[in-house]
Design a protein around this ligand. Sequence first.
Ligand code: NI
Length: 171
Amino acid sequence: MAQLNILRYPDPRLQTVARPVTAIDARIGRLVDDMLDTMYAAEGIGLAATQVDVHEQVIVIDVSESRDRPLVLVNPRITWRSEEMAFAEEGCLSVPAVYDQVQRHARVKVQALGRDASPFELEAAELLAVCVQHEIDHLLGKVFVDYLSQLKRSRIRTKLLKREREAQRGA
Ligand code: NI
């Protein structure tokens, strides 16, 4: 297993639309292992393949307190969305140290394939619902800051670009 490099906003590669996985083979198995490694090391609760510059529909999630309940979703599709909406504070490993309120469907149903290629359906609420919608957005080339105002987005962009320049100078 290996830790992968996480793309940082506003890297344009984060806008790539991921293609469906055609075969859950050894390569995808390795990708899943590496994504889990990367997510746990970064103390995130979810990671989409897009964020590690692999543009295929793979997501890993773990919203458990104990950090030992990994969830793998390959080719996920939202099949139902509640009319009820909810606001939650979101962050993202690709947008470090930025948190803001995003409104999403309070509950969703998702169909996906697991890492053993068997199909399953998941009904998600609360934090898991937020996380599933956030990660599926990544596969569509969308980052949570896209929901914020243009002003906020441009401030975040400036802040992250500045931080990146400082990090490069320091290196
Ligand atoms: Ni994210």
